[in-house]
Write a protein that binds this ligand. Structure first.
Ligand SMILES: [Zn+2]
Length: 293
C-alpha cells in the first residue's frame, strides 16, 4: 500500500500535468465509472487526501481513486508507450499533448463534487498528516479513542480513520525511532509517546514529500560508516532504520532486527528491534493500584 507521501508526489505530478487543461478524451473500464462525462471540462483541482487521490473537474464532478496495494497513476506524452498493459487501465484522461492513466486501482469512481464531504471513506479519514497544517492534536485524540484502546499501537498507526497518510514502512520506522514496543495496546502507551509518534510521523512524511527515495535515517549517520559500528554501506536499505532489515543488526544497538505480520484486518509485515523496543517500551507507568489501605 503506498504511503501518504507517495500519493502526495503523485498529486503534485498530476497537478502539473493536468490542472487547467481541458479533457479531450476520457474512459474507464466498461463496468466502471462513466468517465466520458468529463470530456470537454477542465481539470481544476488535483489533491491527495491521505491515500485517496481526487481530481476535480469544472463540470462539478470529481474522480476519486484509491490505489490500495497495486494501483498506480502514470503520465505519458502523446504516442509514448505505456509501461503496463492497456487492459489494466481503469481510468484514462487525455489532455492536449498527453494522457494520465490509472492502472489496477480497485477504487475508481466519479462523484458529484458537492457530495464529496459525505463520501463514507473520505468522511471517515483522520487528520491528514501531510495537510499544510495538520491537526496533530486531533490525530492523537483519535488514536487514543476508546474504540482503539485494545488494538496494538502497531496496528492503530495504520488505521486511516485515526490519522491519514501513514503506511507500512513509516509504521515500523516511527515505532523504532521513538523506541516503542509495537505490541503495546494503545491504552497502555504513555500519552506523551502517542504525541511523539504522531509528530514524528508528520515530520517524516513531510521530509519525504518531494523525494521518492524514502529516507528516515539522517544523512549525518549514513555519512559516517563505522560510526556505532553498525551502519552498513549506503544504499536503498541504509536509508531506513528497521523496515526490510530482518536479521540485520540494529543501527542503534546491534541486536538483530525481527519481523512478523501484525494486524487482523489487513496483516502487514512489521520490523522492530527486540532491545530498543523491548516489551513494555513506551508504556505509561502502571497506575498505583491499591496503594492505600
Ligand atoms: Zn536496537
Amino acid at each position: 500500500m503506498p504511503e501518504g507521501d507517495t500519493l502526495y508526489r503523485t498529486a503534485t505530478v498530476l497537478r502539473e500535468f493536468l490542472q487547467g487543461r481541458q479533457v479531450t478524451a476520457a474512459r474507464g473500464r466498461a463496468d466502471g465509472a462513466a468517465l466520458g462525462r468529463v470530456v470537454g471540462s477542465r481539470v481544476d483541482r488535483v489533491e491527495a487526501q491521505g491515500k485517496h487521490l481526487l481530481i476535480g473537474f469544472d463540470n462539478g464532478t470529481t474522480l476519486h481513486t484509491h490505489l490500495r496495494m497495486h494501483g498506480s497513476w502514470h503520465r505519458y506524452r502523446e504516442g509514448e508507450r505505456w509501461q503496463r498493459s492497456p487492459s489494466r487501465a481503469v481510468a484514462v484522461i487525455e489532455v492536449p499533448g498527453g494522457v494520465a492513466v490509472c492502472f489496477d486501482a480497485p477504487t475508481v469512481e466519479l462523484l458529484d463534487t458537492r457530495a464529496l464531504a459525505l463520501h463514507p471513506a473520505l468522511k471517515a479519514l483522520g487528520p491528514d498528516l501531510l495537510a499544510p497544517q495538520p491537526d496533530l492534536d486531533a490525530a492523537v485524540g483519535r488514536l487514543a479513542a476508546p474504540a482503539r484502546a485494545d488494538r496494538t499501537i502497531g496496528e492503530a498507526l495504520l488505521d486511516q480513520t485515526a490519522l491519514a497518510g501513514l503506511g507500512n514502512v513509516y509504521r515500523s520506522e516511527l515505532l523504532f525511532i521513538e523506541k516503542v514496543d509495537p505490541f503495546l495496546r494503545v491504552a497502555e502507551v504513555a500519552p506523551e509517546v502517542l504525541e511523539r509518534l504522531v509528530a514524528t510521523g508528520a515530520r517524516l512524511l513531510r521530509a519525504n514529500a518531494n523525494d521518492p527515495s524514502r529516507q528516515t535515517v539522517p544523512d549525518a549517520l549514513g555519512a559516517q560508516p563505522g560510526a556505532m559500528g553498525t551502519v552498513g554501506p549506503r544504499g536503498p536499505k541504509s536509508r531506513l532504520w528497521a523496515y526490510g532489515r530482518v536479521g540485520r543488526p540494529c543501527r542503534r544497538c546491534g541486536s538483530l532486527i525481527r519481523s512478523t505480520t501484525l494486524g487482523t484486518d489487513l496483516p502487514r509485515r512489521l520490523y522492530w528491534c527486540p532491545d530498543c523496543q523491548r516489551a513494555g517500551a513506551g508504556a505509561q507507568l502502571a497506575a498505583p493500584a491499591a496503594s492505600k489501605s
